[in-house]
Design a protein around this ligand. Structure first.
Ligand code: NDP
Length: 451
C-alpha cells in the first residue's frame, strides 16, 4: 500500500525553493486524502498522486512593452494549465512583482480542487506576470495588457482555457486583455471572465468572492450550531476586491467589520469600517490606507513597521470571526494563537492559502470553525462559470438571479464539505472535508477518462 508521507518526502526532495508554497498546498491535500488510499487501491493503481500533482503544462513567455517615456521593459508571463479532467482550464491572472512559477503552480493546484468543489464543469489553471501595476498610468497598463495577450492568446479559448482576474487584475485589466484578444483573433467570444458588464460581463462577478465567503461562513456557523455574525466584531485583512466585498456583506448582515489592511499597514476603526471611503481610496483613487485616518481621526493606522514580531496587527484585535482576504501566508502561528486567546471562534479564508500550515493545524486542534480557501472563496469562480454560461447562450441574468445562484452554490459547497468530513470520521474538519470531496471528483474523472 502506498505510504503518503514517503510520497510527500519524495516530492520535497525534487522541488525547488520557488516551490515552497506549492509544496505546502500539496502536502495539506495529500495528508487529508491518505485515508482513501487505505481502503481502496484504485487510486494507487492509476498513479493518481503523481498525475494529480504534476501540471498538464506550464507556459512561460517574454513580455516586452514601452512605458510612457518610451523606455522598454521586459517581464515574464506564465500560464499554468494544471488539470482539465472536469472541464476547460479556469483560473485567474495575477500581476504582482512577487509572481513566479512556484506561486502560480500553487494557485493553479488549489484552483483544481476549488473548481471541483463548486460542482461546475471547470478544470484548474492560474497565470500572471511579475509586472507591478502600482504607479503605472492607465495607458501603460493597457500597453502591458496588450503585450501580455499577444502571447497568451495562443493558449486560451472559450472551450480551452478561460482566465479571469486575481491580485492586480480587475475589470480594467480584463477589459484591455479582452480588447487585444478580440483584435488578434477577430473573434468576440467568452474567453475571459470578469469582463465589464457592457461587453459580456456577469452582474455580481466583482462582488462574488467576497460575498461568497460570507455566505459560506453563515452556513458553516449554522451547521456547527454557533451564533450568527449579527452584531459581532469581525476582522478582515486586505483592501482589494475580496476584502471590500466581504466587508460590504458583513455590514449588510449587521456584523461590525473593524479592520482592513493593505501592503503597507492596517486600519482599525472601532465604529466599523467606512465602506464608501474604503472604496473611494482603494478602487477609485488607488491610494494608501493611511489616507483613511484623515477623515476618521479616531481610527488607528498601524504601519507594517509596527506589526508584532512574527505576526500581523490585524489578527491581534479581538474579534468573533476573522477573514483573511489579502494574500498567501498572511496569518502565522503567532497570529493564530492570539486569535484563539482573544476568543475568536471562526476563521474563513477569502484569500488563497492565507493561513500557514501551523496556523491551520492550531485552528483544527482548537475546534475553531475554519473555512479553508478552496471552499470558502469559491464564489468568484462560480460566478465566472455563470458568466461563461451567459456568454455561451447570449443571455444576461439579473443581479438577483446571480446572487441567488451564488448563495445556493456556497451553501451547497459548505454542506458537501461538512458531510464529507463527517463521512470520513473527522466531523467539523472542513480542511479534510474540502480536500477529500474535491479530490474524489477530480480523481474519479481522471480514472474514467483513462490515461
Ligand atoms: P486585489 O489586488 O484586489 O487586492 C489585494 C489586497 O491585498 C490589496 O489590498 C493589497 O494591498 C493586499 N496585498 C497584496 N499582496 C500583499 C502582500 N504581499 N502583503 C500584504 N498585503 C498584500 O486582489 P483580490 O482582492 O482580488 O485578491 C485577494 C486574495 O483573494 C488573493 O489571495 C487572491 O488569490 C484571492 N482570490 C481572489 C479572487 C477574486 O475573485 N478576485 C477569487 C478567489 C481568490 P495594496 O492595496 O497595498 O496592493
Amino acid at each position: 500500500m502506498i505510504d503518503i508521507k514517503k510520497e510527500i518526502k519524495k516530492f520535497k526532495n525534487v522541488s525547488s525553493s520557488q516551490d515552497d508554497v506549492f509544496f505546502q498546498a500539496m502536502e495539506e491535500v495529500l495528508l487529508s486524502i491518505a485515508p482513501l488510499f487505505r481502503t481502496d487501491d484504485i487510486y494507487e493503481k492509476n498513479a493518481i498522486i503523481k498525475r494529480l500533482v504534476t501540471p498538464d503544462r506550464i507556459i512561460k513567455f517574454k513580455i516586452t512593452w514601452l512605458d510612457d517615456n518610451n523606455k522598454m521593459h521586459v517581464n515574464t508571463g506564465f500560464r499554468v494549465q494544471f488539470n482539465n479532467a472536469l472541464g476547460p482550464y479556469k483560473g485567474g491572472l495575477r500581476f504582482h512583482p512577487s509572481v513566479n512559477e512556484g506561486i502560480l503552480k500553487f494557485l493553479a493546484f488549489e484552483q483544481v480542487f476549488k473548481n471541483a468543489l463548486t460542482g461546475l464543469p471547470i478544470g484548474g489553471a492560474k497565470g500572471g506576470s511579475d509586472f507591478d501595476p502600482k504607479g503605472k498610468s492607465d495607458f501603460e497598463i493597457m500597453k502591458f495588457c496588450s503585450a501580455f495577450m499577444t502571447e497568451l492568446h495562443k493558449y486560451i479559448g472559450p472551450r480551452i482555457d478561460i482566465p479571469a482576474g486575481d491580485i492586480g487584475v480587475g475589470g480594467r485589466e480584463i477589459g484591455y486583455l479582452f480588447g487585444e484578444y478580440k483584435k488578434i483573433t477577430s473573434s468576440f467570444e467568452g474567453v475571459l471572465t470578469g469582463k465589464p458588464f457592457m461587453f459580456g460581463g456577469s452582474l455580481m462577478r466583482t462582488e462574488a468572492t467576497g460575498y461568497g465567503v460570507i455566505y459560506f461562513t453563515k452556513t458553516m456557523l449554522e451547521m456547527e450550531n454557533k451564533e450568527s455574525l449579527k452584531g459581532k466584531i469581525c476582522t478582515v485583512s486586505g483592501a482589494g476586491n475580496v476584502a471590500i466585498h466581504a466587508i460590504e456583506k458583513l455590514l449588510e448582515l449587521g456584523a461590525i467589520p473593524v479592520t482592513c489592511t493593505d501592503s503597507q499597514g492596517t486600519i482599525y476603526d472601532k465604529k466599523g469600517i467606512d465602506l464608501e471611503l474604503l472604496k473611494e481610496l482603494k478602487l477609485k483613487k488607488r491610494l494608501s490606507l493611511k489616507e483613511y485616518i484623515k477623515k476618521h481621526p479616531k481610527a488607528s493606522y498601524i504601519p507594517i513597521s509596527e506589526y508584532p514580531k512574527d505576526g500581523h496587527a490585524v489578527w491581534f484585535i479581538k474579534a468573533y470571526a476573522a477573514f483573511p482576504c489579502a494574500t498567501q501566508n498572511e496569518l502565522s502561528i503567532t497570529d493564530a494563537k492570539k486569535l484563539i486567546e482573544n476568543g475568536c471562534i471562526c476563521v474563513s479564508e477569502g484569500a488563497n492559502m492565507p493561513s500557514t500550515s501551523k496556523a491551520v493545524d492550531l485552528f483544527i486542534e482548537n475546534k475553531i470553525c475554519f473555512g479553508p480557501a478552496k471552499a470558502a472563496n469559491a464564489g468568484g469562480v462560480a460566478v465566472s462559470e455563470f458568466e461563461m454560461s451567459q456568454n455561451a447562450s447570449m443571455q444576461k441574468w439579473s443581479f438577483e438571479k446571480v446572487d441567488e445562484k451564488l448563495k445556493i452554490t456556497m451553501q451547497e459547497i459548505c454542506k458537501r464539505v461538512a458531510l464529507t468530513a463527517r463521512d470520513y470520521g473527522v466531523p467539523g474538519n472542513y480542511v479534510d472535508g474540502a480536500n477529500i470531496a474535491g479530490f474524489k471528483r477530480v480523481a474519479d474523472a481522471m480514472i474514467a477518462e483513462g490515461i
